[in-house]
Design a protein. Structure first.
Length: 221
């Protein structure tokens, strides 16, 4: 598989397992450090990574596990930016997004994300979300929906083609959305996400790193 044409995969770290993470480093292009899932050891773990990493501290309303205050959540994200995160994920729904995005961008790129955990809305609605993320000064826009049928894969992927000048990650979660996860970087998306192994799945329908690499390899990509 040509490195030049290889789709980029972000391996999601949900717990502190140095051996598993070291093995994943061989195939992952970058890592997502899930602060809300890892807990207090996340910074020590992040500093051990030898590849670029993305910091996420996901709100419960967006499918995450953070149960602390919003101020503490924001402070953890700023800590990650200052500690060397290449990208920091900030939800579009964050109550203080107008304040936190410029603070993050002093140190790293800011990915502004939105998750619809119920369905995949019509294309016009998806475009409005992307426009809102751009207006929030996102370096990378992330839009995740939930697939209820196979057509939802095409709906979410079509958004990428409409914003060719914007760095976007867009796919549908759930078992019916696995195709969009796989095709996201092939359709022009910045990267896609994968679980380190089957026991570490952080979202519905998330494929493992080895599954994705195997599928890309079989496709000759």
């Amino acid at each position: 598989m040509s490195k030049k044409n290889s789709p980029r995969i972000c391996a999601v770290i949900t717990r502190n397992d140095p051996g598993l993470i070291a093995a994943a480093s061989r195939y992952a292009d970058l890592f997502e450090v899930r602060i809300d899932l890892i807990g207090g050891d996340w910074l020590k773990l992040a500093k051990m990574l030898r590849k670029p990493w993305l910091a996420t501290n996901r709100l419960k309303i967006e499918g995450g596990a953070w149960d602390g205050s919003e101020e503490a959540r924001r402070n953890e994200l700023l800590k990650a930016a200052k500690a060397g995160a290449s990208i920091v994920d900030v939800e579009l729904a964050s109550p203080d997004i107008g304040e936190i995005v410029p603070q993050i961008k002093k140190y790293s790129l800011c990915l502004v994300s939105h998750h619809n955990n119920r369905r995949t809305p019509a294309s016009a609605t998806l475009r409005r979300v992307i426009e809102a993320e751009i207006a929030a000064d996102a370096d990378i826009c992330k839009l995740v929906t939930t697939a209820r049928n196979s057509e939802d894969n095409l709906t979410i992927l079509s958004v990428i083609g409409e914003y060719r000048q914007t760095r976007i990650v867009a796919f549908a979660q759930g078992p019916r959305g696995q195709l969009s996860r796989l095709l996201c970087p092939l359709a022009g998306g910045d990267f896609t996400y994968a679980a380190i192994d089957g026991a570490e799945t952080a979202a519905p329908g998330q494929l493992t790193l080895s599954q994705m690499r195997r599928l890309y390899g079989v496709s000759g990509l």
